[in-house]
Design a protein around this ligand. Structure first.
Ligand SMILES: NC(=O)c1ccc[n+]([C@@H]2O[C@H](COP(=O)([O-])OP(=O)(O)OC[C@H]3O[C@@H](n4cnc5c(N)ncnc54)[C@H](OP(=O)(O)O)[C@@H]3O)[C@@H](O)[C@H]2O)c1
Length: 247
């Protein structure tokens, strides 16, 4: 049994999908969870739902990873409301797919800004509390496409590969501070992000998955819970793949 009572967890992009499932798992283990998304009302609804289901405290805040101002405001509010973050799950992510030859500069820039620069900003601000408490867990949500590439995702796969370098470097810099930094790399998980893909693309992915099923948000959330807990205290700089054998 994993107990996270007394810990506060910030899960970016927790209004839906993997982030919401992760926030629920952490709350079930007793953590206070901070729900974020670009729309505060939606975040509030999810926070209320998780509090009702788990009894754990929750706090909702608007946080747009694409905006430095939004990140700084959100982190200030979090600091005032809960005093700091012990567990940071850098989950929020976005894609804007196009074949490389047709990819617009704006689509490249936005996806690097949201997935990579946003994560840099949130992490730097969240670290202050962890350094003060001499304990911390940072879990970055990368992707299998960082390792195998994917047609139409030059921007997204580059950002997700960047998160792997980020994870490994921070792990080394923070190892003596009792802060672990790891990544999870989901394969094909059934969420809004993958829902609207054409059926033939989905069938193509499915044929490459030895377990012959797509992943569920909970498959990823369970690994994040492990990485957030003391069970993983000697693991840092690692990437755990959650993909049914795809890679
Ligand atoms: N699904 C997959 O197959 C898969 C595979 C590999 C990796 N991943 C990664 O796993 C993470 C979660 O993906 P998911 O499938 O759960 O996605 P999802 O269902 O589309 O949910 C994305 C979450 O991120 C938030 N979000 C989107 N853009 C944002 C922005 N600019 N600033 C702040 N929050 C933002 C959304 O909240 P609002 O809309 O409320 O803002 C939502 O809560 C992402 O990093 C994704 O790249 C997913």
């Amino acid at each position: 049994m994993i107990h996270l009572s007394g810990k506060t967890a910030l899960v970016t992009g927790s209004t839906r999908g993997i982030g919401k499932a992760t926030a629920l798992r952490l709350a079930e283990a007793g953590a206070t969870v901070i729900i974020t998304g670009r729309n505060e009302d939606r975040a509030r609804e999810v926070a209320k739902d998780i509090k009702t289901r788990t009894g754990s405290d929750t706090f909702a805040v608007e946080l747009d990873l694409g905006s430095r101002e939004s990140i700084e405001t959100a982190m200030e509010r979090i600091s005032e409301a809960v005093g700091g973050v012990d567990i940071l799950v850098n989950n929020a992510g976005a894609n804007r797919d196009a074949l490389f030859l047709r990819m617009k500069y704006e689509d490249w820039e936005e996806i690097i800004r949201v997935n990579l620069t946003g994560t840099f900003l949130v992490t730097q601000l969240a670290l202050k509390g962890m350094l003060r408490k001499k304990w911390g867990r940072i879990i970055n949500v990368s992707s299998v496409v960082a390792f195998i590439g994917n047609v139409g995702q030059a921007n997204y796969s580059t950002a997700k590969a960047g998160l792997v370098g980020f994870t490994k470097t921070l792990a080394k810099e923070l190892a003596t501070r009792n802060i672990t930094v790891n990544a999870v790399a989901p394969g094909f998980i059934e969420t809004d992000m993958t829902e609207n893909l054409p059926e033939e693309i989905k069938a193509g992915f499915l044929s490459q998955i030895p377990m012959n099923r797509f992943g569920k948000p909970e498959d990823v959330a369970n690994v994040v819970l492990f990485l957030a807990s003391d069970l993983s205290e000697y693991i840092t700089g690692e990437v755990i793949h959650v993909n049914g054998g795809l890679f």
